[in-house]
Design a protein around this ligand. Structure first.
Ligand code: NDP
Length: 394
């Protein structure tokens, strides 16, 4: 009997609930807790009261989390709230000796910067408590890390270069909206870019490097270099790596809106005074923008996220592309969520399943590429994220 506590009733949380229910042989007892109980209730109404318990929790408050965990006694906490809550939830798991999984790197609300340092610092404490934390088990990070580990295990003696390509070609019909939490999304996209080459980080201005990448089943799309969190762990764990970069597509329309919002100060993360109230501009903008959880039924088109690796096998050079294509409408039909939430939620549930089935269960703090990729790759095919691999000629 495995019991799971899911924290965060947003777009990803909904997919995690649906997919845990699809894997009832692993997750018998499922609770969804979030800051706004009504959002949990809505998901509970969709799946049936008998299938999902709900609770209200402020995940910034470690003691509240500890009380809830002690009451439910889950085997695993799946954190799909926001990156700001990673440390408080990890601490609550430590104090209650409960396994932990998340999909996004810790970020402090007051500085748009993310790094694994503070989460990796839990490693010895988690080892001593005989529990595991699996960090970044979404799609990117998550599946992309496993793609790299899989290529390293089966196709290369040494990987010299990795490029991660993330294309969301979905159209929701709004002039401007983000496909996951607007605050997190806009902070990520408007920050400086960064990639790693020959042992050091090279910083770029936002959107400074752009290439026209040809995505299978989608076509050529402008793809911009961003810093993304999986780069930090992959440079530690992939043998022989000389360069790693991350690219994401943005339409000209999206970038024009974003630049305009930035120019007028709407992406600000510092509190300002407005008519006697204190507001944070980017949080106010989030209130105005469509809730990503409501985009699902309007979104048409596909996503394609994958990894291109260049390296050597038996002294012969080769270049391989491994990717998944997901269809927004198909994802919505299955889980009432668009493909960005879907691909993230499936990554979380596959990681959770392997932990709970004792296949990936270890002591300490791990990123996905440190674990055997084979069972994860197999589960992806079964859980709704089939992948393809092909050789690139140039
Ligand atoms: P949403 O904003 O849709 O959902 C987040 C949920 O967390 C909301 O229901 C929110 O509650 C809840 N929440 C926020 N703060 C708290 C708190 N203090 N206590 C309890 N609940 C809280 O985001 P998404 O579902 O789109 O994203 C979820 C996570 O997944 C994020 O961390 C995001 O960065 C990550 N992600 C990872 C990806 C990957 O591939 N690795 C890709 C996409 C997202 P309320 O409704 O009250 O605001």
């Amino acid at each position: 009997m495995k019991s799971v506590l899911i924290i965060g009733a947003g777009g990803v949380g909904r997919v995690v609930v649906y997919k845990c229910l699809e894997n009832r042989d692993t997750f018998q007892n499922i609770t969804l807790a979030s800051r706004t109980l009504d959002k949990c209730k809505q998901i509970q109404n969709e799946v049936g009261k008998e299938n999902l318990n709900i609770a209200k929790v402020d995940a910034d408050n470690t003691q509240e989390l500890i009380d809830l965990i002690n009451q439910i006694k889950p085997d695993l906490v799946i954190n799909v709230a926001l990156p700001y809550q990673d440390l408080s939830i990890m601490e609550a798991c430590l104090q209650t000796r409960t396994h932990y999984l998340d999909t996004a790197n810790y970020e402090h609300p007051d500085s748009a910067k993310f790094e694994y340092k503070e989460q990796w610092a839990f490693d010895q404490k988690y080892k001593d408590a005989n529990i595991m934390a699996l960090l970044g088990s979404g799609f990117d990070p998550g599946v992309t890390n496993v793609f790299c580990a899989y290529l390293q295990k089966h196709y290369f003696d040494e990987i010299e270069e990795i490029d991660i390509f993330d294309c969301n070609d979905g159209d929701h019909g709004y002039a401007f909206a983000t496909n996951f939490n607007p605050e997190i999304n806009l902070r990520e996209v408007s920050a400086n870019g960064r990639y790693w080459q020959d042992g050091k980080w090279i910083e770029t201005k936002p959107m400074e490097i752009c290439i026209n990448w040809d995505y299978p089943q989608i076509g050529k799309r402008k793809s911009y270099l961003l810093y993304h969190e999986e780069l930090e762990s992959l440079i530690k764990h992939i043998k022989g790596l000389r360069r790693i970069r991350f690219f994401m597509t943005f339409s000209d329309n999206y970038l024009t809106h974003m630049r305009c919002l930035e120019n007028v100060g709407m992406l600000g993360i510092k509190e300002i005074e407005h008519n006697g109230c204190k507001i944070v501009p980017i949080q106010f903008l989030k209130t105005l923008l469509p809730d990503p959880a409501t985009l699902g039924k309007r979104t048409k088109g596909k996503t394609n996220i994958g990894v291109v690796a260049k390296g050597k096998k038996d002294s012969k050079e080769k270049r391989l592309y491994i990717y998944n294509v997901s269809d927004h409408e198909k994802c919505y039909k299955e889980t009432l969520s668009q493909a960005v939430s879907y691909t993230t939620g499936v990554g979380a549930v596959v990681g959770a399943k392997l932990m709970m089935q004792n296949i990936w269960l270890k002591r300490g703090v791990y990123n996905l590429e440190e674990l055997d990729p084979d069972p994860f790759m197999k589960e992806l095919n079964l859980c709704g994220l089939p992948w393809e691999i092909k050789e690139l000629l140039n």
